[in-house]
Write a protein that binds this ligand. Structure first.
Ligand SMILES: Nc1ncnc2[nH]cnc12
Ligand SMILES: [Zn+2]
Length: 326
């Protein structure tokens, strides 16, 4: 049993098909277009995002989001995770007709319940959606800075990496960074090494969501190692979306051997038929990671986490004694 931590997971993307079907019954909606035989149905990134959007529309009030957060965090604690940092999207909340304040309050309620029950610590990273454009991402940044919450400790950007250019989002990220939020950006997933380089140059993150296609440029790999940029690597997601053809071809080991700090997360677990535990298993089976190396990955995630130092120290102490969760 290896204690785990996750720093790249979209909370709407953590909703299991069973939970979404339960929400569909609650609201009298039909989800047969995105769920068949208990699994999500999609064929490429665009149809994945569409299924993600449909599922997220079935969480419509604070109680729905408290249930989602608590359910996911309980699942993570059962996989021996002691820390979870997940992306939230006030854009999705507003599209579902929810006031962002209720959205965040509901998620925080679920986080508290899971922490009280099982001791799992968690934080939220607010995000803007790249394909909605610079104004929308800036609005998401302004909202979270004007409405601070103690459990919202970072700002990032997800969505379609093929749209717009990192330089379009400089102001949004300056607003978030100046407010003291941790900065992470999805890059180097659907687009190549230049996307990671541009994100680093213009948005100055300390972490990159995925970043794995940096492997295409050895100078960039060296820069990631030299600047100690953390990669939030999601191998199961990368293979499910066809970013790489197989786990054997995945660059995780090469990045790690080049001195890049790589971590393990599940991104959107049920959508990519994975879980945090499965990602650790994949690293053991395909990336030559033994138990000590996997515990070092957990330690790297906690070192990179957007948490206060007291919380970080308490989490690192648990790794040292390998105290079981709960
Ligand atoms: N892997 C991913 N890339 C970009 N946006 C996302 N939203 C949810 N999962 C995502
Ligand atoms: Zn992601």
């Amino acid at each position: 049993m290896v204690l785990k931590a996750e720093i790249h997971c979209h909370i709407e993307g953590a909703a299991s098909p069973a939970l979404v079907e339960g929400q569909a019954r609650k609201y009298g909606e039909d989800v047969s277009a995105i769920i068949r035989d208990g699994s999500y149905v999609w064929s490429d990134f665009t149809s994945f995002l569409r299924a993600f959007d449909v599922a997220s529309m079935l969480f419509r009030d604070a109680d729905d989001y408290a249930l989602l957060a608590e359910t996911y965090l309980r699942e993570l604690a059962a996989q021996d995770a002691i820390y979870s940092e997940f992306f939230i999207s006030t854009d999705h909340a507003e599209t579902a007709g929810l006031d962002p304040a209720d959205y965040i309050y509901g998620l925080a309620e679920g986080m508290e319940r899971a922490r009280n029950a099982l001791g799992i610590e968690s934080r939220m990273i607010a995000t803007g959606l790249r394909h909605k454009g610079p104004e929308a991402v800036e609005e998401a940044a302004r909202y979270i800075v004007d409405n601070p919450h103690p459990l919202v400790t970072g700002f990032g950007m997800a969505g379609d990496e093929r749209m717009h250019h990192p330089s379009d989002f400089v102001r949004a990220f300056d607003i978030a960074r100046d407010a003291g939020l941790g900065i992470t950006v999805h890059a180097g997933e659907l687009v190549g090494a230049e996307s990671v380089r541009d994100a680093l140059d213009h948005l100055r993150p300390t972490r990159i969501g995925h970043g794995v296609r940096a492997i295409e440029d050895p100078d960039l790999v060296k820069r990631l190692a030299d600047e100690e940029i953390i990669l939030e690597v999601c191998p199961g997601s990368n293979i499910a979306l066809g970013v790489f053809p197989s786990f054997a071809a995945h660059p995780f080991p090469r990045l790690r051997d080049a001195g890049v700090t790589v971590t393990l997360s599940a991104d959107d677990p049920p959508f990519f038929y994975t879980s945090l535990a499965r990602e650790y298993e994949i690293a053991g089976e395909h990336f030559r990671m033994g138990e000590d190396a996997l515990l070092n990955v957990t330690r790297a995630s906690i070192e990179a986490a957007y948490v206060d130092e007291a919380t970080r120290e308490a989490l690192l102490a648990r790794l040292r004694v390998k105290m079981p969760v709960g």
